[in-house]
Design a protein around this ligand. Structure first.
Ligand code: NDP
Ligand code: MG
Length: 387
């Protein structure tokens, strides 16, 4: 494609994951627009090497320091600089030549790279919702003091961003975050209680990493998205609602003061929201799969059921309590989900472990970065002891 826009250098934090690889797909399709200059991964060194051979970044970083030598052996002969460890990943997010940082790592590990990218004034395509869950108030404050801007990748938040474009913010009365309802939407509570990770990993509409797929089954993902919307759009929790929409065609909606509702529709495919964020809320040509409206038989909406999916109620708990509560919830959830994925605990143990961890952790009303780091550590230890 021909364009007069300068090439944008991107750092892809979590390049080997579901969002990371789709981001690199889009960059490869538009070589005149995007140049990946830094790629990072957690521990899958072979996958990072494979992607670095294709996309030829200047820097490749692996979180797991024990894999550093393997990385160097493969990539240094190609002239690609290598590094390892969480600090090196945070530095990669803020390299001087980076224009945009794509934070596509999973869980708490997204926080420090995003903080560094904001401090360095980068544009940010934010997939890692846990950053805003863990430390929303702190990130809001950092953004107020930085030229940095966040473009949401999460499909619901991208939809809301698209609906808000050109609108008067004071005319917004409610944000509706849609939820597919996950694989257990129609199951009875008793059946859900004995569901295994292999059942929960069968998401009906979206293909995603394992952690977010379990979060979708418990609806913790929707609770996180309500918290994410609170901080992204600066809207009070009382004006945020989740609504179940099993077809995942309406990606979210905004209601205005005159009663009008705007929605964004599309096939369930992350390429669109990723590309929209990469373009800083502009549109790239070349739809992955256009939506065929004539083939849609129905679009339905229903109330979420907090009885069968109690994790959904944790958004309200976190936003009402504030402080470090959401950081505790996120940490406990990460530990519980990892245990559930290994079939060590049952489905509803995830909610129980989060609530018990929340009861046992000290409350901090106005946490700074070091408090979030400490809270994350303590909450993980407590949750681990409850497994
Ligand atoms: P994946 O599990 O597919 O990928 C996670 C990425 O993070 C991988 O590159 C992984 O490396 C890396 N990683 C894992 N642990 C660490 C660590 N401790 N330190 C550094 N890097 C690490 O996740 P997804 O792509 O599904 O999700 C990424 C984020 O985007 C999540 O926050 C999720 O909630 C959000 N999101 C995802 C959507 C999706 O469709 N997938 C939709 C909306 C939001 P390695 O491969 O080596 O393990
Ligand atoms: Mg989402």
């Amino acid at each position: 494609m021909t364009t007069d826009k300068p090439i944008k250098n991107i750092a892809v934090i979590g390049a080997t994951g579901s969002i990371g690889t789709q981001t690199l797909d889009i960059a490869a399709r538009h070589p005149g627009l995007y140049r990946p200059v830094a790629l990072t991964a957690g521990s899958r060194v072979d996958e990072l090497v494979r992607l670095a051979r294709i996309h030829r970044p200047r820097l490749a970083v692996i979180a797991d320091e024990s894999r550093y030598r393997d990385l160097c052996r493969e990539l240094e002969p190609l002239g690609i600089e290598c590094a390892a460890g969480a600090d090196a990943i945070a530095e990669a997010a803020a390299l001087p030549e980076v224009d945009m940082t794509v934070t596509a790592t999973v869980g708490y590990s997204g926080l420090l790279p995003t903080v560094k990218a904001i401090e360095a004034g980068k544009e940010i395509a934010l997939a890692n919702k846990e950053t805003l869950v863990v430390a929303g108030a702190f990130i809001e404050q950092l953004l107020a003091e930085s030229p940095s801007k966040i473009y949401p990748v999460d499909s619901e938040h991208s939809a809301i961003y698209q609906c808000l474009k050109g609108e008067d913010p004071s005319a917004v009365s409610r944000l509706y975050i849609t939820a597919s309802g996950g694989p257990f939407r129609t199951w009875q509570r008793e059946r859900i209680a004995s569901a295994k990770a292999s059942d929960a990993l069968k998401h009906p509409n979206w293909s995603m990493g394992a952690k977010i797929t379990i979060d979708s089954a418990t609806m913790m993902n929707k609770a996180f998205e309500l918290i994410e919307a609170r901080w992204l759009f600066g809207i009070d929790a009382s004006r945020l609602s989740a609504v179940v929409h099993p077809q995942s065609i309406v990606h979210s909606m905004v209601e205005f003061s005159d009663g009008g509702i705007k929605a964004q529709l599309g096939v369930p495919d992350m390429h669109l929201p990723i590309a929209y964020a990469l373009g800083c809320a502009t549109r790239l040509p070349g739809a992955e799969r256009p939506l065929s409206l004539a083939d849609l038989s129905e679009l339905t909406f229903e109330k979420p059921d907090a009885e069968r999916f109690p994790c959904l109620t944790l958004a309200d708990v976190a936003l009402r309590r504030g402080g470090n509560s959401a950081c505790v919830i996120n940490a406990a959830n990460e530990i519980a989900v990892a245990a559930y994925l290994r079939d060590r605990i049952g489905f509803y143990d995830i909610y129980r472990i989060i609530c018990e961890t929340l009861d046992r952790c000290d409350f901090i009303a106005s946490p700074g970065l070091s408090d979030y780091i400490q809270t994350n550590q303590t909450a993980r230890e407590i949750a681990g002891s409850l497994l």
